[in-house]
Design a protein around this ligand. Structure first.
Ligand code: 13P
Ligand code: SF4
Length: 337
C-alpha cells in the first residue's frame, strides 16, 4: 500500500471506526498476529461473544469482570481489546499508561447507548438520597456519575454490600436490575435501558423447544427479559454460564445469550449439545451486531498500525475510575476475583 493511501486510511479511521486497508489474502493472519504480539509486547483480551477466530488467537477470553481485572493487571505495552467500546474504555480507565487499541471503534452497545450521561445526571439529581450502582455496560460519562460499578458476575454481591434500607438507583439495564430486585427483595430504582440482543428471545419458541427437548436445561444471561429468566434453570454471566455447562451432568442446553459463547462451550464441554435460544423473528441468529463488527482482519490491522486507539480526557478517566476501583475492591473482599 502506498503512503498516500495509508495516510488517507489513517485520516478516515475515526469516521469509519477502523483502518480500511487492503490485506494480502495469502497472508497467514494467525501467524502474523502472533508475530505482532511478540514484537509489540501486546496482549489480546477477547470477550466470549467474539467470533471464533478471535477467541482462538486471544491471550485471555472472559466476561466483563475477568476482562477488566486482566486489563488492570497486565504488564503488556499494548492491550488489544477485542470486545465493544465500553470494555476497551474500561481497560484504558484502569490502566492508562498502556496503549489500548480496538479493532473497530464503532463496536458500540445498545445498552450503553440507552443511557446518555446528560439525561442520567438529571435523573440522579432528582433522587439525591439514592446511591448509584451501574452495570459496566455504560460509557465513561455514566461511570463518572456512579458510586459503584458492577458486572453480571458480581451484581448481587455489590448490591448486598449495602444495607437493606439503602436507596439505590440501578442503571442502565432494567432486566439485570429487575432480576436483582427479585432475588434480593430490594426495590432499586431502575433506569429503563436494555440490550437489543437479549430482548429478542421468544418465550413461546423457547417453551416449544423445551417441549421437544425435555432434558435440555435452559441457561440465560440476566440481561434477558423477566419471562425468560423466570423459566431458566440457571442464570449467570457469560463466564458463569460456561462454568455451569462444563460442570453439569446434563448433556443438552438451550442457550439464551449471544451465540458467540457457543464456540467456547463446544471447546470446553465437548460431547454436549448447545441449542441457541430462538429469537422472536425469522432470522435464526442471536449475534450482537456490535461485537461482530470486530474481525480477525481488523485485529491484525489495529495491531500493525496501532489504530484506532482508545483515548479519553484525564479528568473524566479519574472520575470514572473511582466507581470501577470500588467494584474491584468489593469483588476482592467477596472472593469473586
Ligand atoms: P458478561 O459480563 O456476562 O460477559 O456480559 C457482557 C455483555 O455485554 C452481555 O451482553
Ligand atoms: Fe451490548 Fe447487548 Fe451487545 Fe452485550 S450483547 S455488547 S449488552 S448490545
Amino acid at each position: 500500500m502506498d503512503t498516500e493511501m495509508l495516510t488517507a486510511a489513517f485520516n478516515d479511521v475515526q469516521e469509519k471506526g477502523f483502518l480500511d486497508v487492503d490485506i494480502d489474502p495469502t497472508l497467514d493472519l494467525f501467524a502474523e498476529i502472533e508475530k505482532l504480539k511478540k514484537e509489540k509486547n501486546a496482549i489480546i483480551l477477547a470477550h466470549l461473544y467474539q467470533e471464533p477466530d478471535i477467541q482462538d488467537i486471544a491471550d485471555y477470553i472472559g466476561d466483563s469482570l475477568g476482562l477488566a481485572q486482566k486489563a488492570a493487571q497486565t504488564d503488556a505495552d499494548m492491550i488489544v481489546f477485542a470486545g465493544v467500546h465500553f470494555m476497551a474504555e474500561t481497560a484504558k480507565i484502569l490502566n492508562p499508561s498502556k496503549k489500548v487499541v480496538i479493532p473497530d471503534l464503532k463496536a458500540g452497545c445498545s445498552l450503553s447507548e440507552s443511557c446518555p450521561p446528560p439525561l442520567f445526571k438529571k435523573f440522579r439529581e432528582q433522587h439525591p438520597d439514592h446511591i448509584v450502582i451501574s452495570y459496566i455496560n455504560c460509557s465513561a460519562g455514566i461511570k463518572a456519575l456512579t458510586d459503584v460499578i458492577c458486572t453480571s458476575s458480581n451484581a448481587k454481591a455489590i448490591v448486598d454490600s449495602f444495607p437493606k434500607d439503602q436507596k439505590i438507583i440501578f442503571a442502565p439495564d432494567k432486566n439485570l436490575g429487575g432480576w436483582i430486585n427479585r432475588t434480593t427483595g430490594r426495590d432499586m430504582l431502575l433506569w429503563n435501558g436494555a440490550c437489543m440482543v437479549h430482548e429478542i428471545f421468544s418465550l413461546e419458541k423457547i417453551t416449544r423447544l423445551k417441549v421437544r427437548h425435555p432434558q435440555a436445561k435452559l441457561i440465560a444471561h440476566p440481561e434477558c427479559e423477566e419471562p425468560v429468566l423466570r423459566i431458566a434453570d440457571f442464570i449467570g454471566s457469560t463466564t458463569q454460564l460456561l462454568a455451569y455447562v462444563k460442570k453439569s451432568e446434563e448433556k443438552e442446553f438451550i442457550v439464551a445469550t449471544e451465540a458467540g459463547i457457543i464456540h467456547q462451550m463446544v471447546k470446553q464441554a465437548p460431547g454436549k449439545t448447545f441449542i441457541p435460544a430462538p429469537p422472536d423473528n425469522s432470522c435464526a441468529c442471536n449475534d450482537c451486531p456490535h461485537m461482530k463488527r470486530n474481525t480477525l482482519e481488523k485485529v491484525y490491522l489495529c495491531m500493525k498500525y496501532e489504530q484506532p486507539e482508545v483515548l479519553m480526557e484525564e479528568s473524566l478517566r479519574i472520575q470514572a475510575k473511582k466507581s470501577l476501583d470500588r467494584m474491584l475492591e468489593i469483588s476482592e473482599k467477596a472472593g469473586l476475583i
